[in-house]
Design a protein around this ligand. Structure first.
Ligand SMILES: [Zn+2]
Length: 341
């Protein structure tokens, strides 16, 4: 049965040489035709006897193989027809309107942002937690930049002592919920953005809310609240821009463990011995303006992909001496919050 051995050898060679299937099949078909022709033309020759079988046998074998190949092709075609059609291409975006083009003109000429970056900002969903000192400039700059959907959470109300630094509020808003007052200011600044105020705190149970956003920004001022927000962001896999201020100094960074950076618990696993709020230690009025604006800047960079973000780095700013420096941050492999995520 030399014929069968030739067929097997051809199949093995095709597999070893990784030949395309149709090439192997064409060679097999050619071999089959030669052997069939030999059996028909000279069935009693030595070559025909060496190949083995007879013309009828080779015809039956060829027919069986043809049926198997045809059946497989039919199945493949049916599967292809049954598969869902490819998703329709996304509807072309409306693009920026003429008023938006004029409003964002200084962004549009920046090659790191431009039209595509501005469209990313318009399509972004950002959760800002805290509408206080850091939240005030942060919210105004996010709205001014055209971040399309902003959720703003704060459970506090506006007081007279806020107005030394929380520049988003006015004196006649005393007693108003900060989330509502700030949301109104943002939409007055830019009617093209959508702001959803939430008069409450954000914590461990807000995973679904956080997962509905592209980015979370922490402008709160208590360790327990920050730690809860960090845990929720890590669980939801959403990056967190984090800023802190006290007296004359501030820090900011990006916590993004999903992309290899540390989370807040990697750097601050324990609450400070004395977690004193600004009300007790004091804070110079313009300092949250500096750090909050830098947080807005990092948010714009993150959402547009411009420049280099603060993943794995932290900015330290000393307003009293006008100095700033950058330190590296690293993930704690034993972090109880982000380890294994
Ligand atoms: Zn961590």
């Amino acid at each position: 049965m030399l014929g069968i051995w030739l067929i097997v050898m051809l199949l093995v060679l095709g597999r070893l040489l990784r030949a395309p299937r149709r090439v192997t099949l064409a060679l097999l078909g050619g071999l089959w035709l030669v052997m069939l022709a030999l059996q028909l033309a000279a069935p009693d020759s030595g070559a025909a006897r060496a190949l083995g079988g007879n013309a009828a046998g080779w015809l039956v074998l060829g027919a069986l193989v043809a049926i198997v190949i045809g059946y497989r092709r039919l199945l493949s075609r049916l599967r292809h027809r049954a598969a869902p059609p490819p998703a329709a291409p996304a509807a072309p975006d409306d693009g920026l309107s003429d008023p938006e083009i004029e409003r964002y003109a200084r962004h549009l000429v920046l090659h790191q942002i431009g039209g595509p970056g501005q469209m990313h900002l318009r399509g972004a969903r950002v959760l800002v937690v805290g509408a206080g000192g850091l939240g005030s400039p942060l919210c105004l700059y996010l709205a001014a930049a055209g971040v399309g959907r902003i959720t703003l959470a704060d459970d506090d109300t506006v007081t007279l002592s806020n107005l030394q630094r929380q520049v988003i509020f006015r004196e006649d808003l005393r007693g108003e919920p900060k989330a509502h007052a700030a949301a109104e200011a943002m939409m007055r600044l830019n009617p093209h953005v959508e702001v959803t105020p939430l008069v409450r705190r954000i914590g461990d149970g807000d995973g679904d809310l956080i997962a509905g956003h592209d980015l979370v920004i922490d402008g709160t001022d208590s360790f327990a609240g920050r730690a809860a927000l960090n845990r929720a962001c890590v669980a939801a896999g959403v990056p967190l821009i984090w800023g802190a201020i006290g007296q004359w100094e501030g820090q900011l960074t990006l916590f993004d463990p999903v992309r290899g950076g540390p989370c807040m618990a990697c750097l601050f696993p324990q609450a400070p011995v004395r977690d004193a709020p600004c009300a007790e230690t004091g804070v110079v009025g313009a300092l949250p303006g500096v750090i909050g604006s830098m947080m807005a800047l990092e948010a714009i960079k993150h959402l547009t992909g411009a420049g280099q973000g603060l993943r794995g780095r932290m900015v330290l700013f000393d307003g009293l001496y006008g100095e700033s420096r950058m330190i590296g941050t690293a993930r704690d492999p034993d972090c109880p919050v982000c380890c294994g995520r």
